[in-house]
Design a protein around this ligand. Structure first.
Ligand code: NAD
Ligand code: IPM
Ligand code: MN
Length: 373
């Protein structure tokens, strides 16, 4: 039996998670796999009703699960960052999900706004998920002398910062600190090169901006070189701006990309555009020896929430990534094939790609294909 914590979240989150669960129920019926789902009503409503974002007790309960399935966080009624940092990032950090795996695959039958039909795009994108400019260290200081104490706590290390600022001739300054550690870089690069090896790919593209952010990404490059040597797999370094250009012009040249956190966030939305839109992109926040969390790349899309317009493919494919991580590769492939079949047939298309199929009808089509095949 697999225990899955489900966090539907805000906006279209609950709508797409519902479809992913339908598909998992079909998998369970077909393959005799048993899932025990427990829902956690976190998000804007819970916060506005109770003032609580995410309690230690909820973290404790989630830590007993085999995996977490999440919809999306964020609501226009709540100040940006409260739910995104307070729930999503806290979960990623708390469970030390240091790998954010975001495969970028253009499926047959999906019109991409960036890539002509018939071109093959299949990129394994690995985004670092616990460091970089996401560590949440920063402050705002006013003119004069000030001192700010900052603390970074991770499962594997702790770092304290004391930032003294003497600000002259300027009323206010805001700063944000980015952090890369040697072991933080090593573990995610190791995962990427290992994944390349297992997929028989002979080149890993390492993203950075080492020409400007020389300290952080200088260390990143040093470690990438060591890891590339260790695995005997070639690496290339590319600056993030150039990667953006090449992803638009010749995405087929990339098969394995590994990126620091912030650039990975941005490039994977670009990757989603290549895939046909945000609704198609799945992701896994992975801790290979802990609790991993699976969610579509998109956000809560308040502009289309509650109208049956959401594309559930990203969420359904995220549940396939979850199946694979839980050791059910055949079941994961089965789900992927069903999604591919439906898209290829062209009979069911959600509104984001100009179709008329409602969110739940798309899920139904995937379920009946899965049970038929
Ligand atoms: P978004 O991903 O929610 O939406 C961007 C655009 O893509 C919108 O036009 C939306 O309608 C469309 N879109 C997204 N998912 C879709 C789907 N499944 N089907 C069809 N169309 C889809 O990004 P945003 O508008 O920048 O952010 C909205 C909220 O979501 C904010 O509060 C933001 O912080 C949050 N957010 C959360 C996550 C997450 O939970 N992982 C990710 C990104 C943004
Ligand atoms: C994503 C989102 C999150 C991120 C936000 C909502 C914290 O954009 O999952 O891509 O930046 O990682
Ligand atoms: Mn993002």
């Amino acid at each position: 039996m697999q225990k899955v914590g489900v966090i539907p979240g805000d906006g279209i989150g609950p709508e797409v998670v519902k479809e992913a669960r339908k598909v998992l129920d079909a998998v369970s019926q077909k393959r005799n796999l048993i899932f025990e789902f427990e829902e956690f009503p976190l998000g804007a409503k819970h916060y506005l009703d109770t003032g609580e974002v995410l309690s230690d007790e909820t973290l404790q309960r989630l830590s007993k699960k085999d995996a977490i399935l999440l919809g999306a966080m964020g609501d226009p009624r709540v100040k940006p960052g409260v739910l995104e940092k307070g729930i999503l990032l806290r979960l990623r950090f708390h469970f030390d999900q240091y790998i954010n795996l975001r495969p970028i695959k253009l499926l047959e039958g999906v019109p991409s706004p960036l890539v002509d039909t018939g071109r093959k795009v299949d990129i394994q994108f690995v985004r670092e998920n616990t460091e970089d400019f996401y560590v949440g260290l920063g402050g705002r200081v006013k003119e004069g002398l000030s001192k700010t104490e900052l603390e970074l706590k991770r499962r594997t290390y702790e770092a304290k910062f004391e930032v003294g600022v003497d600000l002259e001739d300027e009323p206010e300054l805001a700063f944000q600190i980015g952090v890369i550690t040697r072991s933080g870089a090593r573990r995610v690069l190791d995962f990427a090169f290992q994944l390349a090896k297992s997929k028989k790919l002979n080149l890993v593209t390492c993203v950075d901006k080492a020409n400007v952010l020389t300290e952080m990404y200088g260390l990143w490059r040093e470690v990438a070189d060591e890891v590339s040597m260790k695995h005997g797999i070639e690496r290339e370094f590319q600056y993030v701006d150039a990667v953006a250009l090449h992803m638009v012009r010749t995405p087929e040249r990339f098969r394995m990309i590994v990126s620091p956190n912030l650039f990975g966030d941005i490039l994977t939305d670009l990757g989603a555009a290549i895939q046909g839109g945000l609704g198609f992109a799945p992701s896994g926040n992975i801790n290979p020896s802990g609790v991993s969390m699976f969610e579509p790349v998109h956000g809560s899309a308040p502009d289309i929430a509650g109208k049956g317009l959401a594309n559930p493919v990203g969420a359904i494919l995220s549940s396939a990534l979850m199946l694979e991580a839980l050791g059910h590769k055949d079941a994961a492939d089965d789900v992927e094939r069903s999604v591919e079949d439906i898209l290829k047939s062209g009979k069911h298309r959600t509104a984001d790609i100009g179709g008329k199929t409602a969110t739940s009808k798309f899920g139904d089509a995937v379920v009946s294909n899965l049970l038929r095949r």
